[in-house]
Write a protein that binds this ligand. Structure first.
Ligand code: PEP
Length: 252
């Protein structure tokens, strides 16, 4: 179901002790988030159990991972399966982040397998799409995003797709301090919703949560979240500061 949602992607940052201090502060600052958005914290793998234990049960704060392997188990040294993530209390997993696509060669085929694995384990995927600066400047943003959705995501059944949150993350805005304007974000979010309506149906499009990610922060979140097709944010850098992250959570 479509919902307001803010996810924090900690990436490869912090020590375990720093991560625990951060989550404790986030919990403390968000005790009164009764009517606020769903919040997902996505720390590095080794922190998941500890961070999960610090989250109040049954509230609006959820645990997520930043990646998973496509196989259920086996001889894949160094990898972590979706089933393992579910077994330590993860509810969500980020898939298709541009850093995974760029640095780890994750393509549409692999991401399709990861999506299936995540869904089979009962995880809710946060599936990222987004164009490079070159693509935007060549005026090919919509073609590119349409292709990423068609090849990576729209193979899912209606029931599977209903579990997915989409995140629009223009690569040129991630970690650069250069945010998409709210109009740029809205335009692409509306396009994504349109593509979902074509691939599935109008109700599926209305029901899908679509997040914006890319240098969203405590100053610009309210403006971004005020757009009709922006249902929240996938937050990198600003999710590492409890006060800033809380301001973002309160920006609806
Ligand atoms: C991200 O990596 O998902 C992200 C949005 O990062 P940042 O907020 O730091 O741009």
């Amino acid at each position: 179901m479509r919902q307001n949602l803010v996810a924090g992607n900690w990436k490869m940052n912090l020590t375990y002790q720093e991560g625990l201090a951060l989550v404790e502060e986030i919990v403390r600052l968000n005790q009164a988030n009764g009517a606020g958005p769903e919040v997902v914290l996505c720390p590095p793998f080794p922190f998941l159990t500890g961070v999960g234990q610090a989250l109040p049960q049954g509230g609006k704060l959820h645990l997520g991972a930043q990646n998973c392997h496509q196989k259920e188990s086996g001889a894949f040294t160094g990898e972590v399966s979706a089933k393992m993530l579910a077994s330590v209390g993860c509810e969500y997993v980020i898939l298709g982040h541009s850093e995974r696509r760029q640095y780890f060669g994750e393509d549409d085929e692999l991401l399709s397998q990861k999506l299936k694995a995540a869904l089979a384990a009962g995880l809710k995927p946060i599936f990222c799409v987004g164009e490079s600066l070159d693509t935007r400047e060549a005026d090919e943003t919509f073609d590119f995003i349409g292709q990423q959705l068609a090849a990576g995501l729209f193979h899912l059944s209606n029931e599977e797709f209903a579990q997915v949150t989409v995140a629009y993350e223009p690569i040129w805005a991630i970690g650069t301090g250069r945010t998409a304007t709210s109009a740029q974000a809205q335009e692409v979010h509306a396009f994504i919703r349109e593509q979902i309506a074509r691939a599935y149906d109008a109700q599926a499009a209305l029901d899908t949560t679509i997040l914006y990610g890319g240098s969203a922060n405590a100053q610009n979140a309210r403006e971004l979240f005020s757009q009709p097709d922006v249902d929240g944010g996938l937050i990198g850098g600003a999710s590492l500061k409890a006060a800033d992250f809380t301001t973002i959570i309160q920006s609806f």
